[in-house]
Design a protein around this ligand. Structure first.
Ligand SMILES: NC(=O)C1=CN([C@@H]2O[C@H](COP(=O)(O)OP(=O)(O)OC[C@H]3O[C@@H](n4cnc5c(N)ncnc54)[C@H](OP(=O)(O)O)[C@@H]3O)[C@@H](O)[C@H]2O)C=CC1
Ligand SMILES: CC(=O)[C@@H](O)[C@H](O)COP(=O)(O)O
Ligand SMILES: [Mn+2]
Length: 407
C-alpha cells in the first residue's frame, strides 16, 4: 500500500490524482491533503479519503477547517499555515508526495519532501525552475526519487531507458523535443493578442487546468518553464531541447537518440494517465482515461513556435542560458504579471514585457540556498510589481489582493 501526501488537493492536478487514487483503494491510502484557501472543498475531500492530516495554507481559515472536520465527525487532524505544508511533506507516515501546489508557494514543501527521501511526484514545475540544483541536492541527500507529473516530462521519462540518470551521453540521447499545443492564441495576430481577456486566455484548447498554468500556456511561458524543467530533470543542455508546436496535444513529447531513432509517447490529453503512471510506477494501472483512437484523430500536425508573437519562450531560454538565479527571477516576474493580468489590470502582451524588464533590472547572482532563493524571489517580485504598475497605472499589490494572505 502506498501512502500519499497530496499537496494542492483542491486543484486540477489534485482532483485528477484523487480520481486515480479512488479507482485503486487496495493500492493507495491518503495520508495528507492540503489546500490553499478552499476549506469546504478540503473538508469534503477529507470526508471521502479520510486522511490523517488536512492542511489549509491560509492560516486565517484554520478554525473553519477544524470546525468543518468536527461537523462531519472526522478524526483527521487540522493543521494550518505554510509550515504545516512542509510538515506533511516530510511526515514519516507518507512514502509518496504529490507536489501539486501552483507557483513558488510549493517550493518549500517540495524541497521538504525531497529532503525527507519521499518518492516525489512533481507537478509543481515552478519549484524546479526556481531551485533546480537545490532540489536535486535535496533528493540526493534524502535518497528518494523524482517522477515527473508534467505531461511532456512524463512522456520523456517513458521514452528514456530504465535507470536513466541525467546523463544523455551515457544513454545515447541526442535531443529532447517538447511538444506545445500553441495555446488558445496560436493563430491570433499581434493586434488580437493586445485585446485578449483572462477568460479567453484560460480557455485552453485541449487541457483543463488551473488558471495560472492556462495563461502560461497561452503566452508559451509554460513551454519556457518546461524547457528549464527538462534541463534539470534530464541533465540536457538548453541547446539540445527543442519545442515543436503540435496543436492536437496527442504526442506528449519525444526523445531523439544518436542513431536517429525518435521515440514518442502518445495518449489522450488527460492528466490521469500521467498520474496513474507516476503513482503506480514501475507498474501500470487503469487511469479511467478514454483510449486514444488514432483513426478518429486522423492527423498529427507539427509547426515551429512563433517566437516573435510569443516572446516568453525565448525569455525562458535566455534565463536558462544566463544560469544562477535568472530562472528564479523569470518565474517570480511571470507569477506577478500573470496574477495582475488575471485580475484584469494588465494586457496580455505586457506579461512578456514585465518579465523582460524584470530580468533586465534584477541582478540575479548565483543560487546558494533556500533563504537566498526566497530573498531573490521577493526582490524580483518587487521589481515586477513596479514594472506592472508602470504599465497598468494600478499598483500591482492592489490588483493582487486575492492572494495577499500567502505573502
Ligand atoms: N493542471 C494541469 O494539467 C497541470 C499542472 N501542472 C502544474 O501543477 C501545478 C498545479 O497546477 P493546477 O492543478 O493546474 O493548479 P490549480 O490552480 O488548479 O490548483 C492549485 C492548488 O494549489 C493550492 N494553492 C494555491 N496557492 C497556494 C498557496 N499559496 N499555498 C498552498 N497551496 C496553494 C490550491 O488551493 P486552493 O484552490 O484551495 O486555494 C490548489 O489546491 C502547477 O505548478 C502547474 O504548473 C503541470 C502540468 C499539468
Ligand atoms: C498538461 C500539461 O502538461 C500542460 O503543461 C500542457 O502541456 C499545457 O499545454 P501547452 O502545450 O499548451 O503548454
Ligand atoms: Mn506540460
Amino acid at each position: 500500500m502506498k501512502r500519499i501526501a497530496l499537496l494542492g488537493a483542491t486543484g486540477s492536478i489534485g482532483t485528477s490524482a484523487l480520481d486515480v487514487i479512488a479507482r485503486h483503494p487496495g493500492r493507495f491510502a491518503v495520508q495528507a491533503l492540503t489546500a490553499g484557501t478552499q476549506v469546504d472543498a478540503l473538508v469534503e475531500l477529507c470526508r471521502r479519503f479520510r486522511p490523517r492530516y488536512a492542511v489549509i495554507a491560509d492560516a486565517a481559515r484554520a478554525v473553519d477547517l477544524a470546525a468543518g472536520l468536527a461537523r462531519h465527525g472526522l478524526d483527521t487532524e487540522a493543521l494550518a499555515g505554510p509550515g504545516a505544508l512542509d510538515f506533511v511533506a516530510a511526515d514519516t507516515g507518507a512514502d509518496t508526495v504529490i507536489a501539486a501546489i501552483v507557483g513558488a508557494a510549493g517550493l518549500s514543501s517540495t524541497l521538504a519532501a525531497a529532503e525527507a527521501g519521499k518518492t516525489l511526484l512533481l507537478a509543481n514545475k515552478e519549484a524546479v525552475v526556481m531551485a533546480g540544483p537545490l532540489l536535486f541536492a535535496a533528493l540526493a541527500r534524502g535518497g528518494g526519487r523524482l517522477l515527473p507529473v508534467d505531461s511532456e516530462h512524463n512522456a520523456i521519462f517513458q521514452c528514456l531507458p530504465n535507470g536513466y540518470d541525467r546523463d544523455p551521453g551515457a544513454a545515447g540521447v541526442q535531443r529532447l523535443v517538447l511538444t506545445a499545443s500553441g495555446g488558445p492564441f496560436r493563430d491570433w495576430s499581434a493586434g488580437q493578442l493586445a485585446q485578449a481577456t483572462p477568460e479567453q486566455a484560460c480557455a485552453h484548447p485541449n487541457w483543463r487546468m488551473g488558471r495560472k498554468i492556462s495563461v502560461d500556456s497561452a503566452t508559451l511561458m509554460n513551454k519556457g518553464l518546461e524547457v528549464i524543467e527538462a534541463h534539470w530533470l534530464f541533465g540536457m543542455p538548453a541547446e539540445r531541447i527543442d519545442v515543436l508546436v503540435h496543436p492536437q496535444s496527442l504526442v506528449h513529447s519525444l526523445v531523439e537518440y544518436v542513431d536517429g531513432s525518435l521515440l514518442a509517447q502518445l495518449g489522450s490529453p488527460d492528466m490521469r494517465t500521467v498520474l496513474a503512471h507516476a503513482l503506480a510506477w514501475p507498474e501500470r494501472i487503469d487511469a479511467g482515461v478514454e483510449r486514444l483512437d488514432l483513426l478518429k484523430a486522423g492527423r498529427l500536425d507539427f509547426q515551429a513556435p512563433d517566437r516573435a508573437r510569443f516572446p516568453c519562450l525565448d525569455l525562458a531560454y535566455a534565463a536558462l542560458q544566463a544560469g544562477g538565479g535568472a530562472s528564479c527571477v523569470l518565474n517570480a516576474a511571470n507569477e506577478v504579471a500573470v496574477e495582475v493580468f488575471l485580475a484584469g489590470r494588465l494586457s496580455f502582451p505586457d506579461i512578456a514585457a514585465v518579465v523582460a524588464d524584470t530580468l533586465a533590472a534584477v541582478d540575479a547572482g548565483p543560487i546558494q540556498d533556500l533563504p537566498a532563493i526566497l530573498e531573490l524571489d521577493a526582490r524580483a517580485r518587487r521589481v515586477a510589481e513596479r514594472e506592472t504598475a508602470r504599465r497598468s497605472g494600478v499598483p500591482a499589490t492592489a490588483a493582487m489582493d486575492r492572494t495577499a494572505w500567502a505573502r
